[in-house]
Design a protein around this ligand. Structure first.
Ligand code: FES
Ligand code: CO
Length: 336
């Protein structure tokens, strides 16, 4: 499954402590924990001895101890102690399945292809780019996780879709009397798609906008389940010098029809408390969520053999390109 070769977000960094934390990614149960150096570690949540959930165990002296018979696993996954046989040195093959883990954008990212078994073609791609993160002048705030009963690609497609603003987000990101969309551009990039020249009339484009205005966006997809929206300064409602705002959608594909979502905001124009900005995203996502969960089929129909066909209009150009990108990538999870 090609999705296993990508990094996906699984938890907020601040939620991962020494105490093992169960998470789920691409239909697989995992355990997250921190070793003695504070580094995040992730194993398949299954003890190689008798299959107990390692997430029910504890961390002792920087090693993960299984709850059942107390076998201890060092950070790379190798079993280093079997309490029932004290003098025994476990062989190399006695190991928990360790996965690659990174911390970025306030989130813990996991790639399920274990490094020691990855054939060259499956070497994990880098973390998704979020250029605004590195700009020290931009303030970063994360909202979520949102637990959504929808497939990951449906959620990305919703993020790329401006023609729902006048309906789902009426009075916020759109209005009933401004539903016509101007043509916009979509280009294929080496890693995904880039959408530009997107204009929308927005009554309340951000938490502090004063009155409605035309807002210009770009969107960049550089991985199957994440997308970065950047507001283009000249057309924004807020005429501040050097106005910048980028919003990243990071989706964890938990199961084919279940996802966890975080929204990472990077901006230089707001002095509102974090909670005000989070409340704004909660409102917007809360408007999207019931519709996302209502969509049928739950999986995104991208194959020519999909059981149900969907039809398109010219406003759906970004979605059409995203579907083509997923098809070319060979994504299976969350699609039909
Ligand atoms: Fe984990 Fe036995 S099942 S130590
Ligand atoms: Co929406």
């Amino acid at each position: 499954m090609i999705e296993r070769a990508f990094f996906h977000p699984v938890a907020l960094c601040r939620d991962v402590h020494e105490q093992p934390l169960p998470v789920r990614l691409l239909g697989e149960d995992l355990v997250l924990w921190r070793d003695a150096t504070g580094q995040a570690r992730v194993f398949t949540d299954r003890c190689p001895h008798r299959g107990a959930a390692l997430s029910m165990g504890r961390v002792v002296d920087g090693e993960l101890e299984c709850p059942y018979h107390g076998w201890r696993f060092e950070p790379q996954g190798r079993c280093v102690a079997i309490p029932a046989v004290p003098g025994f040195t476990p062989p190399e093959g006695h190991r928990a399945c360790a996965h690659q883990v990174r911390e970025a954008y306030g989130l813990v990212w996991v790639c399920l292809n274990p490094a020691h078994t990855a054939p060259p073609a499956q070497v994990p791609v880098p973390l998704p780019a979020f250029a605004a993160e590195d700009d020290v002048n931009l303030r970063k705030v994360t909202s979520g996780p949102y637990e959504v009963q929808a497939s990951a690609p449906r959620i990305v497609e919703n993020f790329l879709d401006m023609s729902h603003f006048g309906f789902i987000h009426t009075g916020w990101l759109g209005a009933r009397d401004h539903t016509a969309m101007q043509p916009y551009k979509v280009e294929k990039t080496p890693t995904g798609i880039f959408v530009s020249d997107c204009f929308a009339w927005q009554p309340q484009s951000s938490v502090h906008a004063q009155g409605g205005a035309m807002v210009e966006y770009t969107y960049e997809v550089a991985g199957p389940y994440h997308c970065v929206l950047t507001k283009v300064p000249e057309a924004t409602a807020v005429k501040l010098a050097n106005f910048r705002e980028s919003i990243a959608l990071f989706v964890c594909p938990v199961d084919p029809e279940r996802s966890r979502v975080w929204i990472r905001m990077a901006m230089n124009h707001s002095e509102d408390p974090d909670q005000t900005l989070i409340d704004f995203q909660n409102t917007i996502f809360g408007q999207d969520q019931p519709v996302l969960e209502s969509q049928r089929p739950k999986l995104l129909p991208i194959s020519e053999h999909a059981p149900v066909k969907e039809v398109h209009s010219a406003a759906d150009l970004a979605s059409s390109h995203y579907r083509r990108y997923l098809r070319e990538l060979g994504v299976r999870f969350g699609t039909c």
